[in-house]
Write a protein of this length. Structure first.
Length: 162
């Protein structure tokens, strides 16, 4: 069950996302800040109900050691891709307000079925059989936090993995 704290924290991030503002970690009340990965992902799940269009898919951030070291996470982290944040290649993409000013070329996998996140030990062959298609994409990551590389893993997860 989602806690009121996770919704309050999600709303702070959502509003900053909506208006293109940045948040200082020191401005976040310690009582609403997630203290575990599970709670950080609980904050993230609130974006689904805050979205006007719903979920498009999922992303994996910090998939290599250099990226993990740069943003201070111990392993890759997941984020929700919302439909209103996905643009077709024929559309004009608004670049502002994007404070990170980074574009990342990505592999985009279309899956045949949803992955069970409760299962953690998929074998290589299982994953390959789940893939329906492979596409290219461009990600324009952006954090809602000043000094995103120093806010820590839990805040970055709650921030929808940038």
């Amino acid at each position: 069950m989602k806690s009121d704290k996770s919704l309050i924290f999600a709303n702070k991030i959502w509003q900053a996302w909506k208006y293109g503002t940045l948040i200082k970690v020191s401005e976040i009340e310690a009582s609403i800040s997630p203290r575990t990965r599970l709670r950080a992902y609980e904050v993230q799940k609130n974006y689904i109900s805050l979205s006007s269009q719903g979920v498009f898919g999922w992303k994996i951030a910090a998939s290599n050691l250099a990226g993990q070291k740069h943003i201070g996470v111990k392993s890759p982290i997941a984020g929700i891709l919302l439909k209103e944040k996905v643009f077709n290649f024929k559309k004009t993409i608004p670049l502002l307000p994007n404070h990170m000013c980074v574009a990342e070329v990505e592999f985009v996998f279309k899956m045949k079925k949803d992955i069970d996140f409760n299962k953690s030990n998929y074998v290589h062959e299982e994953v390959l059989l789940m893939i329906d298609g492979l596409y290219s994409g461009i990600e324009l990551p952006d954090s809602r936090f000043i000094n995103f590389a120093g806010v820590g893993e839990l805040i970055l997860i709650a921030d929808n993995a940038c």
